[in-house]
Design a protein around this ligand. Structure first.
Ligand code: CO
Length: 480
């Protein structure tokens, strides 16, 4: 086998560490559990997956309590986990791993239909985690959240919704928004069938676990979307020109995303819906681009601003997986930039500006500023080569001053930075930023705690394991 790059290292075992060694001073107010999700197994014997996004889901929990930090990790007990660990096979439902793939694909027979899972089987939800109506869940781009126990990370089963909306032959978003004022989780579904629809829904905390649709739109060739935006008044779907013929998708034996076609002549549509009335407000059309992650959106004087990281086209899906290889410097296709699209509400005019031409990903903001005018975001560099003496950076970006503060350490690879506000904070960047950082020598990992204002290290907790760089996570206020 070739040496494994930082994002592609298998972590085969499950561990519990009650007390990590801490350097520096943890803020005394930091109490709760950081749960991170990401792919953590890519090989079975000599066989390997060709795409980062298809590795087996592993959850990691860092719990802060009484000035100490504990760590544990558990694989999600999905149908894919069972195929790999009980049958020694890499033949589960895939998002992107390509039979004709590149470097690591010595073997790949992903002859599994998208949406072919048996009813009730647990998907490989390796993208994100959230708390939905009091339940802790692991998420992927399917409308099938997987419940887990926050104290043990044990898999509990699917989150069963009490509503008639689709569970199968549908896509969802692994990036729901939470509206604290409404105490509601907001997400969308893409229904595939003879008729296809985009549906925005919200889930209120209450007796019934129901996704209530508040806006919808029919579509003939649905787009692949990974995230969406909210403002105080509007829900915004960003329909990029990576689209699928639904009949072909339902009969296909190719991995999910390989059924989608890049159709740049369509441009990228911003569809606005009024959150209170569900009314369709209009569509604004911009040049074609590809994106994974929105950053934020807000209204200002008759204009809706939508900030997101964009790529030239959908080849970014493979480029982002290639980023993981330390010796591959990104092509143009793999370079993201932070863009702002401004939609005039009194017409159809749309303008765009580059906030920063910075090639970073996995953006996070202070969640209290979601859907509001904001200044700061935090992100990570996935693609700089790990040459001697260099590390990949975490960045704090000021969207108004267009400035960047980086943090890096030689040979180190950080994951997504998560902002946690200090109690009673009055400034947007008053709090800490947590990131899991892999020392690329591969022998250990540390949980980094940065002061969010200065972006300087205040503490780190050492984990004597190489934790593969993952995708997304969340901080929950309960500690174990
Ligand atoms: Co994501």
């Amino acid at each position: 086998m070739e040496p494994r790059a930082p994002h592609y290292q298998d972590l085969n075992e499950e561990f519990n560490y009650d007390k990590l060694a801490i350097h520096g001073n943890l803020p005394s107010w930091l109490e709760g559990t950081l749960v991170r999700n990401g792919p953590a197994k890519f090989t079975v014997g000599e066989r390997a997956l060709s795409h980062w996004f298809d590795g087996l889901a592993m959850l990691h929990a860092f719990s802060f309590h009484g000035g100490e930090v504990s760590y544990c990790n558990r694989y999600l007990r999905s149908a894919a986990y069972k195929r790999v660990f009980e049958k020694g096979r890499l033949d589960y439902e895939m998002f992107a791993a390509d039979p004709c793939g590149t470097r690591f694909s010595r073997f790949m027979t992903a002859l599994v239909r998208p949406f072919s899972s048996e009813k009730g089987s647990i998907p490989n939800a390796n993208v994100n985690v959230a708390k939905i109506a009091g339940e802790y869940v692991a998420l992927t781009d399917l409308p099938l959240p997987v419940r887990f126990d926050l104290s043990t990370l044990g898999t509990l089963g699917l989150l069963e919704f009490d509503d008639p909306l689709r569970k199968n032959r549908a896509a969802g978003s692994a990036h729901p928004h939470y509206d604290a004022k409404e105490q509601a989780t907001i997400g969308y579904l893409v229904e595939f069938g003879r008729k296809c629809r985009y549906q925005f829904y919200q889930i209120k905390e209450g007796a019934k676990l129901e996704r209530r649709v508040f806006a919808q739109m029919e579509v003939s060739e649905p787009s692949y979307m990974h995230s969406f935006s909210l403002t105080e008044s509007y829900a915004i779907l960003i329909e990029q020109p990576l689209v699928v013929n639904p009949r072909k998708l339902l009969l296909s034996t190719r991995p999910f995303i390989r059924n989608f076609e890049w159709r740049p002549e369509r441009g990228t549509h911003f569809h606005l819906f009024h959150r209170q009335t569900g009314k369709f407000v209009g569509s604004w059309v911009a040049e074609p681009f590809f994106f994974f992650h929105t950053v934020n959106a807000f209204e200002e004087e008759g204009v809706v601003h939508v900030d997101l990281f964009t790529y030239k086209d959908a080849t970014a899906i493979d480029a982002i997986a290639d980023f993981a290889f330390a010796d591959r410097y990104p092509s143009d296709a793999g370079a993201s930039k932070l863009m702002r699209y401004s939609l005039a509400l009194d017409g159809t005019s749309i303008t765009s500006s580059t906030l920063l031409p910075l090639n970073v990903e996995l953006p996070r903001i202070n969640p209290a500023y979601d859907a509001r005018n904001y200044t700061y975001l935090y992100a990570t560099d996935l693609d700089s080569p790990l040459e001697q003496g260099r590390g990949r950076s975490l960045v704090k970006i000021d969207t108004k001053a267009h400035t960047v503060i980086p943090w890096s350490q030689s040979g180190c690879c950080p994951g997504e930075p998560l902002f946690i506000a200090a109690p009673g904070a009055t400034r947007e960047d008053e709090g800490v930023v947590l990131a899991v950082v892999l020392d690329a020598s591969g022998s250990h990992t540390f949980l980094l705690v940065l002061d969010a204002t200065t972006f300087k290290e205040v503490a780190r907790a050492e984990v004597p394991l190489a934790i593969p760089v993952g995708l997304h996570g969340e901080f929950f206020e309960r500690a174990f």
